[in-house]
Design a protein around this ligand. Structure first.
Ligand SMILES: Nc1ncnc2c1ncn2[C@@H]1O[C@H](COP(=O)(O)OP(=O)(O)O)[C@@H](O)[C@H]1O
Ligand SMILES: [Mg+2]
Length: 258
């Protein structure tokens, strides 16, 4: 797919602006603070439903205005499409002019991979950053993955609530099993998706790295491995059970997949 056109209204520093792009390769250049990253932010929003720079949607609206809109026109092998986002005190999403109920209904239509100077954190920071990077990528390719992730997060939240009830309301510990079994199953699915797509990246990255470094046989080599402490639902389940006492004391789940 590629993005043909972006129209911004009252988005960041733009009143109304239209950008036309070519297939394959586009360079956006301009002075500092002219609005280059703002364009990328708008495109990112059309793919992921949120900004990579802020959690506050109000920052996206041009100062002094009440409502911003982003329209992104894309061309795909199967068919063309248009994503529109209206931002005021809430966000509304439209696909080909039809209002969508949830953010997840537009994810996966426009595909983006963002790489900016902050992304060095994928390497430098801890595993949570790396998992987040993978999760954003896979969610665009497999809507079902996003669904599994959301279910996982909700289930952990429910487990955390129950942990507090055990601690403060003397609820039975036995019922924890219900959450632990479910979380273990979801963890296994999440793990399988991540491992599959990491393998795909690992296959490609060698060629890309070779092309960049271009030093032939003895050059530095690159490899990606997924280091994991468990990979089956039994593993995940056993770990949850092992940590139950600590979890009850703390009131939250210490073994996490996200
Ligand atoms: N909500 C907003 N309303 C008006 N201007 C904004 C808003 N948010 C950011 N800007 C302006 O956008 C500009 C920064 O745009 P940016 O895309 O980050 O620049 P660059 O071209 O350097 O990447 C700054 O001039 C900033 O004041
Ligand atoms: Mg910039």
């Amino acid at each position: 797919m590629y993005i043909k056109k972006v129209i911004l209204n009252n988005f960041r520093n733009y009143d109304r602006e239209e950008f036309n792009f070519k297939e394959n390769f586009n360079i956006i250049f301009g002075n500092n603070a002219q609005g280059k990253t703002n364009i990328l932010e708008a495109i990112y929003l059309s793919a992921i439903g949120k900004s990579f720079r802020t959690n506050k949607d109000s920052e996206l609206i041009k100062i002094g205005e009440k409502k911003a809109t982003i329209e992104v026109f894309y061309e795909r092998k199967d068919r063309d499409g248009q994503i529109k986002i209206e931002i005021d005190d809430k966000k509304n999403f439209y696909l080909n002019g039809i209002k969508q109920k949830k953010i997840s209904d537009i994810i996966g239509k426009v595909h983006v991979v963002l790489f900016n100077p902050d992304d060095i954190s994928i390497i430098k920071e801890g595993p949570a950053e790396r998992r987040k990077f993978l999760d954003i990528m896979i969610s665009q390719l497999k809507p079902n993955y996003l669904h599994i992730l959301n279910t996982y997060l909700k289930t952990v939240e429910q487990r955390n609530m129950y942990l507090k009830q055990i601690k403060f309301d003397n609820k039975s510990e036995d019922l924890l099993d219900i959450w632990d079994i479910k979380i273990a199953e979801l963890s296994e699915k999440i793990f399988e998706y991540r491992r599959y797509y990491l393998q795909k990246i690992a296959e490609k990255i060698k060629d890309i790295h070779n092309n960049i470094t271009n030093c032939g046989e003895n050059s530095e080599k690159i490899e990606i491995n997924y280091l994991f402490s468990g990979n089956s639902k039994e593993d995940f389940y056993n770990k949850l059970v092992k940590n139950r006492n600590i979890d009850i004391k703390r009131g939250f789940t210490s073994i996490r997949s996200t």
